[in-house]
Design a protein around this ligand. Structure first.
Ligand code: NCN
Ligand code: DMD
Length: 344
């Protein structure tokens, strides 16, 4: 079992960054949220002009709950899309290339062996999670193992030079697990958070809500305990992402959150290691209704709204140039003094 320790934000550096930003050639505050972002980056990294090279980490796994007809897509899509990701043709592949982020794809429990060296084999369960309407999704030991895979993946990416992590997922059925987790954490009816995922019909949505209700009634997870939640109604991909976030937060590395599943993982990361949330930036707002609810719970405001619902880390990769804009503002803009611009 790992024990975590997340450092607090560096408040002195945040004050220093604010003062420096006010000396740049622009009316004070005129770069709005970019200024807030630059101050936040300083607090996270402890550096007012940090290097924020991006890296994308995608955690893939299958979900036994798909037996309950809660997804629009066949389970094979997890396997097929993992290959597409490393083949360069998935959304996260092209957006990672666009921003110069190396992409690593981890298999935590895709139901089939994946015959490609670039899909990193870290299977915690050969057949993915169990159907949590009938039994626990996984054991507590397996939840820890999946967290550890993510934790080590983040540490490795940061050691290899990453200064900003894009954390994504792939797993048919994972919006059902995420809905159950979030409803449990917030003590609300699953109807409030469950949505259409990759595109289910009305009848399937009713079933998805009922599946979540019944699973929560059966397992009664402890909403304060990430391991209990993950092992009872979670997913290996969701656990991997939570571990990666904790690993990044411990190393003062900014984390760009993506959509619904990713943001639910962020809630779990905060349960595992309080303070992790300080190292997170929410990239966009997903169409999935639970995303806004999870974001509000974490007190996070999305940078952009593009009506995305793909997952994989795509919204984070697409939004990275905004973070980079905040970074070049503070690195490259002239000051009133250096450019000899008059100031009142
Ligand atoms: O990130 C999101 O907000 C998001 C919303 C809906 C669907 N997804 C993706 O779609 C898959 C899960 O959808 P589903 O309907 O099978 O639960 C999974 O692979 C996610 O990456 C992702
Ligand atoms: C094609 C496809 C790609 C995905 N990427 C993440 N979830 C997905 C679901 C589907 C169906």
């Amino acid at each position: 079992m790992l024990t975590f320790s997340v450092p607090p934000l560096h408040h002195e550096k945040m004050d220093e960054a604010k003062e420096y930003i006010d000396s740049l050639t622009k009316p004070q505050g005129s770069l709005g949220r970019l200024e807030e972002l630059a101050i936040h980056l300083a607090g996270m990294t402890g550096d007012i002009q940090p290097e924020i090279l991006p890296a994308s980490l995608v955690f893939c796994a299958d979900h036994g709950i798909v037996e309950e007809n809660v997804s629009a897509s066949p389970q094979e899509v997890t396997y097929e899309m993992a290959l597409n990701m490393v083949g360069g043709g998935a959304g996260i592949s092209v957006f990672s290339r666009m921003i110069g982020a190396p992409l690593k794809v981890y298999d935590l429990g895709i139901v089939r062996p994946v015959p490609h060296d670039d899909v990193i084999n870290k299977k915690v369960r050969e057949k993915g999670t169990a159907n949590f309407l009938k039994e626990r999704a996984m054991t507590e030991e397996e939840a820890w193992e999946a967290i550890e895979v993510g934790y080590e993946a983040a540490r490795q990416a940061i050691k290899e030079g990453a200064g900003c992590l894009i954390v994504g997922e792939l797993g048919i059925g994972n919006t059902t697990a995420s809905s159950a987790i979030l409803a449990s954490i917030l003590d609300i009816d699953p109807e409030i958070v469950a949505g259409r995922g990759s595109g289910i019909n009305d009848q399937q949505l009713i079933r998805k809500i009922e599946v979540c209700r019944q699973a929560l009634a059966l397992h009664k997870p402890n909403k304060h305990d990430a391991i209990d939640l993950l092992s009872k109604v979670g997913g290996l991909d969701i656990a991997g992402m939570a571990g990666a976030m904790v690993g990044a937060a411990e190393m003062r590395t900014p984390i760009l959150l993506d959509g619904f599943i990713c943001t639910v993982s962020a809630c779990l990361a905060e349960l595992l290691a309080p303070g992790s949330v300080d190292y997170m930036i929410l990239s966009h707002s997903s169409v999935e209704p639970g995303h806004k609810i999870a974001a509000d719970y974490l007190h996070k405001k999305p940078l952009v709204e593009l009506d995305l619902r793909l997952g994989e880390g795509t919204g984070a990769a697409v939004s990275y140039p905004i973070i980079k804009a905040a970074n070049v503002m503070v690195k490259d803009m002239a000051t009133f003094n250096s450019a000899r611009v008059s100031q009142k």
